[in-house]
Write a protein that binds this ligand. Structure first.
Ligand code: SF4
Length: 492
């Protein structure tokens, strides 16, 4: 799972399908108004991937327990928190600029507390306090329970840092406060951290070791969402296929328990348990890893109509030498066999998306063409596409020279994007004349006369509003398609 904005060039506008749980380019989520008179006010801005947005919902829940309401205006707040992303230099620059803007607010409101959360906080730690004088608080992704204590420490005049990573923490007992929700779809974090050490990625350093959340707490959250009217949940993890529960979150202890014969709940089991909650509760998940995705998961998806037929399976490159340098731990052939298994078990209509990195260290033209040829073989429905951005502290930064010139990176990225646009259009045109079951998520971005939702393959479907409502399932006959959207009419 590599977490980043869709593409540097921002071509295909896909609704927030975050692979790696991402948001459409540059999307920032902010808190809504729900503070009562006299209550201290929290304003939180979330950047990057869905894991971060879900964490912000946990943070608001913790701070509400300690007397904070939320506001949608930083100017109204007593506490401003930026939940940050560190996946690319650009993501961190965005935060630096935002802090400059907040600095003038701080000058007007000296009592205002400004805090940095998330992956940039974990990557830079106390160094951020030295570099950014207006920042009072630096808190890593595993230390949010400590926020209330740290905030009062700042209110006593002492700047605060807690960036301890945990092998246990999953916030399983904290009910997220849904922020900026459409009331129909929600994300449930099922695990934290990542044990894969892809050489280009900072996530293992900023989110720590893998740990899985107690399945009973995941089921309770999904049931509660269904009772509240939500009709779709997306199970979130850096690598959901390595979800494993044998009584403890800690991965090492889980493996020990497994070795001693303890029953283990793996991802396919969890998927089935959530799907059995109710046939009208759709289930999605993100993100899968090619080396761990099992046929058991695919057969479980085939068994339940309410498990959506869509898989985000990042490949990153189509060339074996580059995959080895990236430490992705699979080959082109292995990946294509996983794709063949998806097609065999779930059929041609199953939606597949991916992540691509253009211009990784020492990548040749021929190796770049291997990525293009793999895309043509798979025919992805859509992808998240980037050029390589060296991240300090990663294996690649330490061992490999970032030697592909930026103009070459951008040209290769443009070729990948242009090909993806063709493939997306071709895949969407296959849907013309077919009827799709669509969960209505709300009004179309373009017109109030139209509603939009997604089909099982995670494609956006737009159709005339008539008397239909958000949260309803409708059958839509598709009569036209673009690279990003299917257009149709509801058929009763
Ligand atoms: S290390 Fe690899 S699998 Fe883990 S989050 Fe990063 S890109 Fe994804």
């Amino acid at each position: 799972m590599q977490q980043e904005l869709i593409t540097d060039i921002d071509i295909l506008e896909q609704p927030n399908q975050h692979t790696h749980n991402r948001q459409p380019t540059g999307e920032i989520r902010r808190t809504q108004e729900n503070a009562i008179a006299g209550q201290r006010k929290l304003y939180i801005e979330s950047y990057g991937c869905q894991m971060n947005f879900s964490d912000s919902e946990i943070v608001v829940s913790i701070m509400q327990q300690h007397g904070f309401g939320t506001t949608s205006q930083a100017e109204e707040a007593d506490l401003v928190l930026l939940n940050t992303c560190a996946i690319r230099e650009k993501a961190e620059q965005t935060i630096r600029h935002r802090l400059e803007e907040l600095n003038s607010l701080k000058k007007r409101k000296p009592a205002l507390t400004i805090g940095i959360l998330g992956c940039m906080a974990e990557r830079l730690k106390a160094q951020l306090l030295e570099e950014e004088k207006m920042v009072d608080l630096v808190v890593g992704p595993d230390a949010y329970r400590d926020l209330p204590r740290l905030v009062s420490q700042v209110e006593d005049g002492v700047r605060a840092v807690n960036v301890l990573l945990s092998r246990e923490e999953t916030y399983a007992d904290i009910t997220p406060v849904r922020l900026d929700s459409n009331g129909v779809t929600a994300f449930i974090s099922i695990m934290r951290g990542c044990d894969n050490m892809c050489s280009f990625c900072v996530v293992p350093f900023t989110r720590g070791r893998e740990r899985s959340r107690d399945p009973q707490s995941i089921l309770a959250e999904a049931r509660q969402l269904f009772e509240q009217g939500y009709r779709e949940v997306t199970l979130l993890g850096q690598n959901v296929d390595s979800y494993k529960w044998a009584g403890r979150a800690n991965r090492k202890e889980t493996e020990r328990a497994q070795a001693e014969g303890a029953p283990v709940i793996d991802f396919a089991d969890l998927l089935e348990m959530v799907a059995q909650i109710h046939p009208d509760l759709r289930v999605r998940f993100s993100t899968s890893h090619p080396k761990d995705m099992t046929d058991k998961v695919l057969y479980t998806m085939a068994k339940y109509d309410n498990i959506c037929k869509y898989i985000h399976l990042p490949v990153q490159s189509g060339n074996d030498r580059i995959l080895a340098l990236m430490n992705r731990t699979y080959t082109r052939q292995w990946y294509l066999e996983r794709i063949a298994a998806i097609r065999r078990i779930l059929g041609e209509d199953c939606g597949i998306s991916s992540d691509m990195i253009a211009g990784f260290c020492t990548e040749t033209e021929e190796e770049h063409r291997d990525t293009l040829s793999l895309m043509q073989l798979v025919e992805y429905d859509f992808s998240y596409m980037f050029y390589y951005s060296e991240r300090p502290g990663t294996l690649a930064a330490r061992k490999y020279k970032d030697d592909v010139p930026i103009e070459v990176k951008k040209r290769r990225l443009n070729e990948i994007i242009a090909l993806q646009r063709e493939l997306s259009l071709k895949r969407n045109q296959r849907d013309i004349g077919k009827i799709h079951r669509v969960l209505i998520e709300g009004e179309s971005k373009r017109s109030k006369e139209f509603l939009q939702g997604r089909n099982s393959a995670n494609k956006v479907v737009v159709f005339p509003r008539k008397h239909y409502q958000k949260g309803q399932y409708v059958n839509v006959l598709v009569h036209a398609a673009t690279a990003a959207t299917l257009l149709g009419e509801v058929v009763e």
